[in-house]
Design a protein around this ligand. Structure first.
Ligand code: PBG
Length: 327
């Protein structure tokens, strides 16, 4: 039946009517707040390109995690910023490294809040690449995978609830699974950054983490933004290697792939609403070009609609507050 019998506007007539038929919602428990924890950071240090986000000391990170837990946020995602970096990124798997210390402190202070750790070498290497660099400047896949597995294990030992490899080396999920199982962490899930693209939208993050590659770029390991089928293939390989959840990153320009990866894997999918996406909204809101609250809630809803169960976002605290006000 078509117009005039069918009138789509009937079910849009009031807030009650719209609420009744709404297909998608966002819960604070589905949000993940990324935290930058620095070894040599005073209490809190603003990040110029990410207004409202700070580099945190251990104490600052604990405070922020408690605030997230109080707002009903599901998890924090930890990024460690070591005081010293070296060629091998050895701070990454240091049992007393900053991510490990932060994990222990947060689990102690807010046991119900899930701690996810980012498993990568780029914040720890002097050259800023996500793996070991050979003499010719190329990134050595298999040697890097060993170090990533060691890093993931050190996070699990510190009490991480979930480990999340973001390096994009081949075979790292399988290697991490094997090492975790061998070390007594068979029950620790892996959230694989499966389809992680070489994106311009990571700019502010690299400013926050001082992890811009000293030479070259990440295009020999991160994906080409033009490739969708390849994203599904990456995700399916990670499933075969033992991933418990898969991620698509960035989020806003990749809704098609959130959907495609969801369909193909049937695993919980995480969407990473990255630093540049956050910075765009903050800048436009500060300039008075758009309504921040409405824009953020629309973005988060669209990621859920695309198929993401989990949303990693720097807006998490604001969003959790706004969502609580709505109900
Ligand atoms: C580490 C890592 C990056 C991000 C998450 N993990 C940076 C990169 O790959 O350059 C980006 C997150 C963001 O932009 O918010 N490999």
């Amino acid at each position: 039946m078509a117009f005039p019998q069918t009138r789509m506007r009937r079910l849009r007539a009031s807030a009650g009517m719209r609420g009744l038929v709404r297909e998608t919602d966002v819960r604070a428990a589905q949000l993940v707040l990324p935290l930058f924890v620095g070894e040599a950071v005073p209490e809190r240090e603003p990040i110029a390109t990410m207004p409202g986000v700070q580099r945190l000391s251990l104490a600052g990170a604990v405070e922020e995690a408690r605030a997230a837990a109080d707002l009903g946020i599901g998890a924090v995602l930890l990024f460690g910023l070591p005081a010293v970096k070296d060629e091998h990124g050895s701070g990454a798997w240091d049992e007393a490294g900053v991510a490990q210390l932060a994990t222990r402190a947060i689990k102690h202070a807010a046991p119900g809040l899930l701690v996810i750790t980012d498993v990568c070498l780029c914040e720890y290497t002097s050259h800023g690449h996500c793996g070991l660099v050979r003499e010719d400047g190329s990134v050595d896949n298999d040697a890097s995978v060993e170090l990533l597995a060691r890093t993931a294990c050190s996070h699990a030992r510190a009490g991480a609830d979930i480990v999340a490899p973001s390096d994009m080396m081949d075979g790292r999920v399988g290697a991490i699974r094997e090492e975790l199982d061998g070390e007594g962490f068979a029950e620790t899930p892996i959230l694989a950054y499966s389809a992680k693209f070489a994106s311009a939208f990571y700019g502010p993050f690299r400013d926050a983490a001082h992890s811009t590659p000293a030479f070259g770029d990440r295009r020999s390991y991160q994906m080409d933004p033009a490739n969708g089928r390849e994203a599904v293939r990456e995700a399916l390989l990670d499933v075969r290697e033992g991933a418990d959840m898969v991620m698509v990153k960035p989020a806003l320009a990749y809704g098609d792939l959130i959907r495609a990866v969801k369909r193909a894997t049937r695993l919980p999918v995480a969407a990473y609403n990255v630093s540049g996406e956050y910075a765009m909204v903050k800048a436009a809101a500060a300039a008075g070009y758009l309504d921040e609250r409405a824009a953020v809630l629309e973005i988060l809803t669209s990621l859920r609609r695309a198929g993401a169960e989990v949303i990693i976002t720097y807006h998490a605290k604001d969003a959790a507050r706004w969502l609580a006000e709505q109900t």
